[in-house]
Design a protein around this ligand. Sequence first.
Ligand code: AMP
Ligand code: GLY
Length: 418
Amino acid sequence: MKIAVIGKGGREHALIKAFKDSPSAPEMYCFPGSDAINQLATPIPATDLASLIQWMKENQIDLCVAGEESYLVKDNGLANECEAAGIPCWGPHKQSAQLEASKEFAKEFLLRHNIPTGTAHVAADLDEARQFIAGKYPTVLKFDGLAAGKGVAVCMNEQEAESFLSEVFTEKRFGDGRLLIEEFLTGPEVSIFGALVDENYLILCPARDYKRLGEGDLGPNTGGMGAVASRQLVTPELMDEIEKTIVAPTVAGLRADGLPYRGFLYFGLMLTPEGPKVIEYNCRFGDPECQAVMPLLQGDLAAFCLAGAQGKFEPSLISFSDAWSVCCVLASKGYPESSHNGDAISGLDSVENGFVYHAGTTWNDEKGVYETNGGRVLAVVAQGDSLAEARQRAHMEAAKVDFDGSQRRKDIGFASFA
Ligand code: AMP
Ligand code: GLY
């Protein structure tokens, strides 16, 4: 079996390793990949979606897996193009991927299908936005389009709101687009992952991620500074409620709206005092949740995804252990406002009781070292029978890895756990 994974970050590194470790032992390919990923997968010499599809067809790729979201909505859409070329694809069609690509589309979908979520208004310009905010704080502002996890601002006061409004409408930092003004919700967050095959779904191992840069959940939002995963993160009763009020109605809603879906679907939830509510959908696995979840996976992920992409739902092919997994992200100097490349990374070889997934690194052949090459650089992941054991290992292993200006939260696995 030949599998091609689309993406280049830590999530794709984790997915590729999980596929490669599957009993069906697929040959792995990646686009665009990275130096670290290329140790496990052959890079595909494509330059865009069209040449990628062409290459996969010519090289008889059995399964294309969408790691990241951007290709799902680029041009005609990765899954649509794969379908036209006869390549099974694990990842939804362009029209379904609007659930992630447009916050407005997602909000309308949620309301139409009576799925619990915060109330919201959509503003086309600065004046409208100010009208909807109406001086009430905290307020949540969400840019309508894809913004690599940076298009959301939880604003505690007018100054914070005005600063984000100016990024969106004056500087146009995320390009053209409208803005959602959403009700501020409170409660712990949890990431739920579904593997959807048409009208069927399997709920995978849940996780919690840490979006803020600083300890104590302070500072700016990032792509994710760490994650904890375990089946024990959510009680069976709560998972039941999440399934009944959110997962099942979402899958039924996709069918009712004629939105085809085969692939991972990520439900970003807030456990509010009135029950779980959806704060976002993502049409792919979470990053860095994937790095925490994959080491807990048992069975044959490759066979499961291939069957799913072909429309065959085979949930017995995979399961998750009862262990805990903790993922600590190391980010480069200046992240998330900027990032710093070319800082030599030390200590990678001394990680023994964990695994290092590369997110933004490059191999310097001359010096014989990996160097930073992006905002989020690495994820160090470790497991244990208890949360305490897993986090102790993860932090101990992460502390062995270093580079100039590295940023790492020391409270991953502590914060948000009583
Ligand atoms: P999103 O990209 O939509 O997941 O939002 C990023 C982060 O902003 C979430 O993980 C939450 O911490 C926060 N957030 C999003 N929506 C809300 C909301 N309605 N109320 C409070 N916080 C929110
Ligand atoms: N961990 C958040 C995300 O993948 O969007």
